[in-house]
Write a protein that binds this ligand. Structure first.
Ligand code: SF4
Ligand code: SF4
Length: 462
């Protein structure tokens, strides 16, 4: 990194700044094989023998330097055999119906309001009981309301919150609620209720009117920006129990990350803005083209530079994708799997079928169980082990394997018809993004480490 020599240690997701001796050892080994003795004599003009041996030992204990040139330090695959799924989160698809008709929507079980299929109360209660039965030893649980549009089944949300609050309190456990909404059905009463129960809210909004109205339209084909802007104004004016974030879907023609962030953060006033680039939706014409995906990542890096500038002034500009990457680096997160789907989280469809995550409800991927029968552990183990076994994949030696872990199952499923296939179609961009994140992270660490105490500790606690 410019004049600083940083070492990204893949197995522990740690970043080390190399001192001149460590750099000397690495340079010497890069130019050819050495024994400890030849290394020592090469470097003895500048460093004491004892220091050279000690630094070499440190590098060996980290598997940065190995005794055997073919030993890459990559851990061999150990099959997972979960007897209990450590679930903390259940996503409830409480209505397949949506009052909007966003052109790019990926939901395979999406219905128009006339054909909507709502989850009933018994299924919702059974879902919560399944969460407790499958994973009774957690301190904190999450119930997520998803759709279609979850607020089109607000009556069920209220009954479920009432049930869950009492049930978890009786167990001496905590429960949090959250939802992703298109915001169009919000009114003062609804907002007050959600605020009183600390429901975490993410609003789907795609930026300024010209972008938002391109895809986020009513069933009748009208743009929804004006309605959403008004409702979000009402929401942000009142909501004080949790920060409210925006979730942006980037599709073909909607790629200006900086302008979209600027509008949603500075003009509308969201606390966080997260971007989801669509590369493999069902409707191919909405997928970002390769050159557009390049534009998106370049926009993410421009916004990342702003994130960095603000962080050096101890401000957080709410760019969630960057903030998540920085958090992963700061916490040394080492992901064998890309996300919590099927492990910490499952999604229940309106009929009580258990799916990997909210994106799979209504898909042809076999169910993982039902809320009444529970989760089929052998099936989950088999699925997870297929992704965990990185032999013969590009992921085995990829430098970001412990951050990417092969990418989103649903992206792979939509693109390759196989959820365990790695998301090879944007590996180079992902690696470049992580390299960029390492630069941002280490610059903040060098110049304003207090940023992490202020913005990351709070995030963990929250
Ligand atoms: S970037 Fe590509 S090769 Fe690397 S871990 Fe992710 S999917 Fe695998
Ligand atoms: S599989 Fe993809 S969409 Fe589903 S939770 Fe994981 S990252 Fe998210």
């Amino acid at each position: 990194m410019e004049e600083r020599k940083l070492l990204f240690h893949i197995p522990s997701t740690s970043i080390f700044e190399c001192d001149p001796l460590t750099q000397g050892i690495l340079d010497a080994l890069r130019s050819g094989e050495h024994t400890p003795d030849t290394l020592e004599s090469t470097l003895s003009g500048d460093f004491a023998s004892e220091s050279i041996r000690s630094a070499l030992n440190d590098l060996q204990s980290l598997a940065v330097v190995t005794a055997n040139a073919v030993d890459t330090g990559v851990k061999t695959f150990e099959p997972l055999e979960l007897k209990q799924i450590p679930l903390t989160t259940v996503v409830l698809n409480i209505n397949t119906g949506c009052n909007l008709s966003c052109t790019y929507c990926y939901k395979e079980d999406l219905d128009t309001p006339q054909n909507q299929r709502k989850m009933n109360y018994d299924t919702a209660v059974q879902s919560i009981e399944m969460l407790i039965n499958e994973s009774p030893n957690q301190e904190r649980y999450n119930v997520v309301f998803f759709g279609g549009e979850p607020l089109s089944n607000f009556a069920l949300i209220k009954r479920v919150i009432d049930y869950a609050e009492k049930r978890f309190q009786g167990l001496g456990k905590k429960v949090d609620f959250s939802m992703t909404t298109n915001a169009t059905l919000l009114d003062e009463k609804t907002i007050d209720y959600l605020n009183a129960h600390r429901v975490g809210i993410a609003v789907s909004m795609d930026g300024p009117k010209a972008y938002h109205d391109r895809n986020r339209i009513t069933v009748g084909g009208q743009g929804t920006y004006d309605t959403v802007e008004k409702k979000v104004g009402l929401l942000l004016g009142k909501y004080n129990s949790r920060p409210v974030g925006a979730r942006v879907t980037l599709t073909t023609g909607v790629t200006d990350v900086v302008a979209i962030w600027d509008h949603l953060f500075n003009v509308i006033g969201f606390s966080e803005v997260g971007f989801a680039p669509v590369t493999s939706g069902d409707i191919a014409s909405y997928n970002l083209q390769p050159e557009e995906l390049g534009e998106v990542f370049s926009g993410m890096k421009q916004l990342g530079e702003r994130y960095l500038d603000a962080a050096l002034e101890n401000r957080n500009i709410g760019f969630s994708n960057m903030h998540q990457l920085i958090t992963d680096l700061h916490e040394g997160n080492n992901k064998a799997l890309p996300c919590g789907a099927g492990v910490g989280m499952v999604a229940v469809d309106h009929e009580g079928g258990v799916n990997l995550c909210h994106r799979f409800t209504g898909s042809e991927l076999p169910l993982l169980g039902t809320v009444t029968e529970g989760i089929n552990k052998p099936q989950i183990n088999e699925f997870l082990n297929k992704r965990l076994d990185k032999a013969d994949t590009g992921c085995a030696t990829c430098r970001i394997r412990n951050l990417c872990a092969g990418g989103c199952y649903h992206e792979s499923y939509a693109r390759y018809g196989d959820p365990v296939h790695p998301t090879y179609h944007y590996c180079d961009l992902m690696r470049d993004w992580v390299d960029f994140g390492i630069r941002v992270y280490s610059t903040i660490m060098e110049k304003n480490p207090g940023f992490y105490d202020r913005y990351l500790a709070g995030r963990r606690a929250g």
